[in-house]
Ligand binder design. Sequence first.
Ligand code: FAD
Length: 310
Amino acid sequence: MESAIASAEAFGASYDVAPLSEALELGEGLEGDPAVAFRRTLGMFATGVTVLSTRVADQVHGMTANAFMSVSLRPPLVLVSIDRRAKMGALMHEGTRFGVSVLEARQTALSDRFAGRIGDDPPEATFEIVHETPLVEGALAHLVARVVRSYWGGDHSLFLGQVEFARYGEGRPLLFHGGRYERLIEDPRVFSQLPRELLDPILALGEERDFTDGEALMRIGEAGSDLLLVVEGSVRVERPGFSTTIGPGELVGEIEVLDPGRGRLADIHAIGAVRAIGVSRERLLSALEADPRAAVALIEVLAARFRETV
Ligand code: FAD
């Protein structure tokens, strides 16, 4: 057996490996078809969604895949797992370049399209060619890799790719979990969703703070025990894969002030001179105690956020 697997690991080797046992013990309560239970168990692992793509002559082929993983930074390597029945696998050989397009949260229809689930109105798929490799336009991140090894993986084949090109843009990823698409909560606002008559008394407890051009209002990872209302000027909010500029009347640090132990979520810098009002967690909690209507309204806002994810 050992030698059979070793030979299958050699690039381009036959996949005819002596079969491994298919026995699988299922935990209590998991009855029925073991293959279904196994698939559902694996589905508990949340992933992003990619479209793998390659070009043969002038023909572009794409396939949806979530079995994608990073392997090594030096050298830059990634791995994909492709069903042996898939057309995509038959196009992957040593030296073949393939694209990996990490789909953005709104690209569910494209994911369905490249998974062969074509509805009545399939979306148009447009590709951009980079390193002679097609990449899905509008995706959140792109990689171009060249197949350097392939491995036997049961009913799948594993392809190790050496990455030649990588880039990412801004947006939120499409997620896949439990056999369905998911997405991250899009709107991080909490306090700014409160009606003015409940928010204003909270902000009235704050203290004015001035920032000079380029000065940090907040830094990723730092403990955050206050929220800030931008009163004059504007600030740049940046975190990996996301950046925006916000101005007067907007709040920053709304989530961290409720969950200060886990650090700031974004770097925020002043653009020019900025005046802000900072409300400490302590003052905020006393304001909520003083007016439970604000606390109830906050709970409702948070409940609405949860609803976005279910
Ligand atoms: P086909 O089934 O022939 O093509 C796939 C689809 O893409 C077809 O609808 C085709 O019309 C369309 N298409 C291809 N090229 C183009 C083009 N140039 N322009 C427009 N449309 C085009 N399978 C795996 O093996 N590994 C995985 O990791 C994996 N993960 C998945 C994750 C998710 C979320 C989903 C939904 C499916 C996943 N699959 C995975 C299943 C896989 O996507 C499907 O089995 C797919 O149909 C296999 O594609 P194929 O290469 O056999 O080609």
